[in-house]
Design a binder for this molecule. Structure first.
Ligand SMILES: CCCCCCCCCCCCCCCC(=O)[C@@H](N)CO
Length: 343
């Protein structure tokens, strides 16, 4: 009779073998990877942070790049940086000053960006624009709560809608293989104190991506959604100015990475055909442990991160709660200072 320990050994051996086979399968048999070279990539929020890093990487890879952002000065600066790394004189590098918060603006920016391509829609849309304004819930009002949806959710949904409507007018053979890449956040997987205006919009981006991933199969358009953690971007410096202390404390657990590193991870995930693209350990754990019915094809690896999540996330959440509770007294003082207490 086989003993329990040797059964466990068999299980481990079987696990290890399937892991190796899976990796080999990925290496040799997975469908051809996406190549940016010669493709038209349209990027919102392309003058800073993740968007700019992405624009520069794609330029270096020989893509034709259009960036859209509001500030003309910053657009020109970004264009100079792109010009400095262009790979060939034929590469089209363009910048457009638009806000893409409304349908009209999103359509106008696409009109402009498609012009040098005879009106054809971009091969890939990277919707990186977005703003975070952390703060306590009690400090929000109707307009600030709605503003964060404008600056995150609608800023993703409306350009995606404008682009999809244009794409479907083209012959199916041309639409097939185009990409729409949305940007959520690790805070689109979970949330913490200070992000009551931000997380809901990032969760919503996940929902939009999942619906589009399913629906845009009708046209062969690939949808990806990115879940980065802390990005050392100009935006982070701004948001940290108003970020509650307790939030900063909890975020210490996230090491963060440069926009360049995050852009690398995003492109790697897109090339590999991942639907949920993550770039760090935290992302991998939450991708697996909050997966639900989200599409995934990383089998055994996903299962390993799921197990890490099953055992690792509850103690982490407990430590977050403890951290919040530690701030109760300090927060009472904060409320007094802000005039929330009358006595
Ligand atoms: C085993 C499990 C361990 C889990 C440790 C998790 C620690 C996470 C802390 C919070 C990270 C917040 C990232 C914010 C990114 C962002 O979107 C904002 N900066 C807004 O721009």
């Amino acid at each position: 009779m086989t003993s329990i320990p040797s059964l466990a050994l068999y299980a481990i051996a079987a696990g290890a073998t399937s892991l190796i086979l899976y990796e080999l399968y990925i290496m040799f048999f997975r469908k051809k990877k996406w190549d940016a070279k010669g493709k038209h990539c349209y990027i919102t929020g392309g003058t800073a942070g993740l968007g700019l890093a992405l624009a520069l990487k794609l330029t270096k890879e020989g893509a034709n790049v259009s960036i859209v952002a509001r500030n003309q000065e910053r657009l020109e600066k970004a264009l100079k940086e792109m010009e400095a790394v262009r790979q060939s004189p034929d590469q089209k590098l363009n910048v457009y000053s638009f806000s893409v918060h409304t349908t009209a603006d999103a359509e106008a920016s696409l009109d402009a960006a498609c012009k040098p391509y005879g009106g054809k829609t971009p091969d890939a849309m990277f919707l990186c624009a977005g703003t975070a304004r952390p703060g306590f819930f009690i400090e929000q009002d109707e307009s600030s709560l709605k503003q964060s949806f404008d600056e995150i959710y609608w800023l993703s949904a409306l350009p995606a809608l404008a682009a999809t409507k244009r794409m479907v007018r083209e012959p199916l053979s041309e639409t097939r293989g185009k990409k729409i890449v949305l940007v959520s956040s690790s805070l689109g997987y979970f949330s913490i104190v200070g992000y009551s205006s931000y997380s809901p919009a990032k969760f919503a981006v996940r929902g939009l991506a999942e619906a589009l991933h399913s629906e845009l199969m009708l046209y062969g358009i690939d949808v990806h959604v990115f879940f980065p953690g802390t990005i050392f971007s100009p935006g982070l410096i701004t948001e940290n100015k108003t970020k509650p202390k307790v939030t900063l404390k909890i975020e210490e657990r996230d090491e963060g990475m440069s926009p360049e590193r995050w852009a690398d991870e995003l492109l790697k995930g897109v090339r590999d055909g991942d639907f949920h693209v993550v770039g760090d350990f935290i992302g991998r754990v939450f991708r697996s442990s909050t997966r639900g019915a989200s599409p995934s094809d990383r089998g055994i690896i996903d299962f390993i991160y799921l197990m890490i999540g099953v055992f690792g996330v509850p103690p982490w959440r407990k430590s977050v709660d403890e951290n919040v509770v530690k701030h109760v007294d300090e927060h009472q003082e904060y409320l007094k200072e802000r005039g929330f207490k009358t006595s």
